[in-house]
Design a protein around this ligand. Structure first.
Ligand SMILES: [Zn+2]
Length: 548
């Protein structure tokens, strides 16, 4: 009789450390890697023949926005089918907890349209109650979470554009302390989004000191990723220095309008590390994002309803003012706005436009030319004509910067996506989020196999042991005896991302609606098979990880 629950036999073991692959059998028992042995030597009632395929630690996605979507799809379909076995939630200042009674409507508005997904009950108030709600219904993958600064600010001050009073800051600190005690891994900020963008550096330092007390880290969607990117990287590093905690700079590719390539921000990271500061970076490999057109309007509009904003855009004077605000970029807005500011209308491709379907698949530049209009007017008209419901693909990142970032040893790979699915409420209608379906297979296919930027082992390190190290999860992200058996088996020859659409876009988009990738054959979470021959088994062995 075998001591193993499962043996993965004869694969190329890429163990997560960056070491070259080797042939081995992996014996799994009680959820963990029990033994690694010469190929063909371990026996079990259940054996997966991994010959000709790679066996690697499950991917740890350190930057996701699955906070609410995973409550709607607990199987975590789009995540686990691409080999991700752990998601870090609570990024960019956004966590669904804490919730303070009386502020729930504002918090739900902040999370719109995800706030009303089936399965999202909003029954939690504290951060700990939210983590319990995640665990209670079972999960297809493991999750961990940061506490979001925007959540703390919304709970105490709503969307107000002013510094907190001392009592308000104290209340935010208490809520953060409670979250850290419940198991948050640190504090995140989103300094281009309301209400995060209304916070000055000293407010964030005061909060980061609380996270530091609990040995958390500081993750930031920095204050501008275009014209102000170097100041924003420097601010994030300085917050870490003042508060005494490690810094993770989120999805740090320069966006359209940045004055330098990624070498410039990476130099600041290298200099900080040379001074002895623990600063690391993550990035995803997509050049695009698919927000609603209305999302690119200046931040003060964020708290208003869609109908009100659409009305404003009908008024020529208000429209002129909004246009001036976009160009002035007083509070640096999120990346895609750089395309409006710099007139890169050929890089904005309309996706869903329910009232103007003929416009779908065309760029704003082409539509403006056909209408004989200034592109800003076309952009605003499309919002009005579609009652705010139009969205587009914004290609706002230079692929050359993705390559630069991939090569840097302090940069790990993240998706910046969220749990999604090809059916059910998350696909009704399907949203444009290639990273949610094709991040890790895309890296393997395009950047290690077809046009290599990285050796396979280094790419795997950046998806496994490196993010695990940032999280302090030393028993995940590596394949060695005693580690949790989060494992992915894939065929590098067959790996194929069916979600990414390279720029410039063809109409119709060939990988939209997104499909699950090919070549990711078996995925184990805590020793349980969740993906078997490329199909989800329905098992929910994932756990909520709490800061060690
Ligand atoms: Zn972000």
């Amino acid at each position: 009789m075998s001591v193993y629950d499962l043996v993965l036999s004869g694969g190329r073991l890429v163990d997560g450390t960056g070491n070259p692959w080797y042939y081995a059998d992996l014996g799994i028992a009680a959820g963990r890697v029990a033994h690694i042995a010469l190929p063909g030597t371990l026996r079990s009632a259940r054996t997966v023949d991994a010959a000709g395929r790679c066996v690697a630690p499950g991917f740890i996605d350190i930057h996701t926005h699955s906070d609410l979507t995973i409550l709607c799809n607990r199987r975590a379909e789009s995540a686990v089918r691409q080999g991700a076995t752990t998601h870090l939630l609570g990024n960019c200042g956004m966590s669904p907890a804490p919730v303070v009674d009386g502020r729930l409507a504002e918090i739900q508005h902040f999370w719109d349209p995800m706030a009303t997904l089936p399965g999202v009950s909003w029954e939690w108030r504290t951060f700990g109650e939210y983590l319990d709600a995640l665990q209670d219904g079972g999960l297809g993958i493991n999750v961990a979470s940061l506490a979001g600064h925007a959540a703390l600010r919304l709970a105490v001050m709503g969307f107000e554009d002013r510094p907190p009073a001392p009592a308000e800051l104290h209340q935010m600190q208490s809520l953060l302390a409670e979250a850290m005690q419940a198991g948050a891994f640190g504090l995140s900020t989103g300094l281009v989004y309301p209400p995060g963008c209304f916070a000055a550096t000293d407010e964030i330092v005061a909060l980061a000191r609380v996270a530091a007390r609990y040995h958390g880290f500081y993750a930031s969607h920095i204050r501008g990723e275009r014209e102000t990117i170097l100041d924003a990287v420097a601010e994030a590093i300085d917050i870490g220095r003042q508060a005494g905690l490690p810094v993770q700079i989120s999805h740090n590719a320069p966006k359209w309008g940045a004055p330098h390539d990624a070498t410039a921000n990476l130099r600041l990271v290298d200099e900080a590390r040379a001074r002895g500061q623990d600063v690391t970076v993550d990035n995803d490999v997509h050049t695009d994002l698919g927000p609603a057109l209305i999302d690119a309007l200046p931040q003060p509009f964020a708290e208003r309803g869609v109908a009100e904003v659409v009305d404003l855009l009908r008024d020529p004077a208000a429209r002129r003012q909004i246009r001036d605000e976009i160009v002035a970029d007083r509070l640096p807005a999120f990346g895609p706005v750089g395309l409006l500011k710099h007139g890169q209308w050929q890089r904005i491709t309309l996706m869903h436009a329910p009232r103007t379907p003929a416009a779908s698949g065309q760029t704003i530049a082409a539509l403006a030319q056909a209408r004989g209009q200034d592109p800003f007017d076309t952009y605003f008209d499309l919002i009005v004509e579609n009652d705010g419901a139009a969205d587009a693909i914004f290609d706002y990142i230079d692929e050359a910067n993705i390559r630069l970032l991939l090569k840097h040893p302090a940069v790990m790979i993240c998706s910046d996506g969220a749990v999604s699915a090809t059916d059910g409420p998350l696909a009704d209608p399907p949203s444009y989020a290639p990273c949610s379906f094709g991040e890790f297979p895309g890296v393997l296919e395009r950047y290690t196999r077809d046009d290599p930027v990285l050796p396979l082992e280094e790419a795997i390190r950046k998806m496994t042991s490196f993010p695990a190290q940032r999280l302090g999860l030393h028993d995940r992200g590596v394949l060695r005896p005693g580690a949790w058996a989060d494992v992915v088996v894939f065929d590098l020859d067959r790996v194929h991302d069916r979600a990414t659409n390279l720029f410039p876009h063809a109409d119709p988009f060939h990988n939209f609606p997104h499909q699950y990738p090919e070549g990711i054959d078996t995925v184990l979470v805590n020793g349980v098979v969740v993906v078997d021959q490329g199909e989800h088994t329905g098992e929910l062995p994932g756990v909520v990880l709490r800061r060690p």
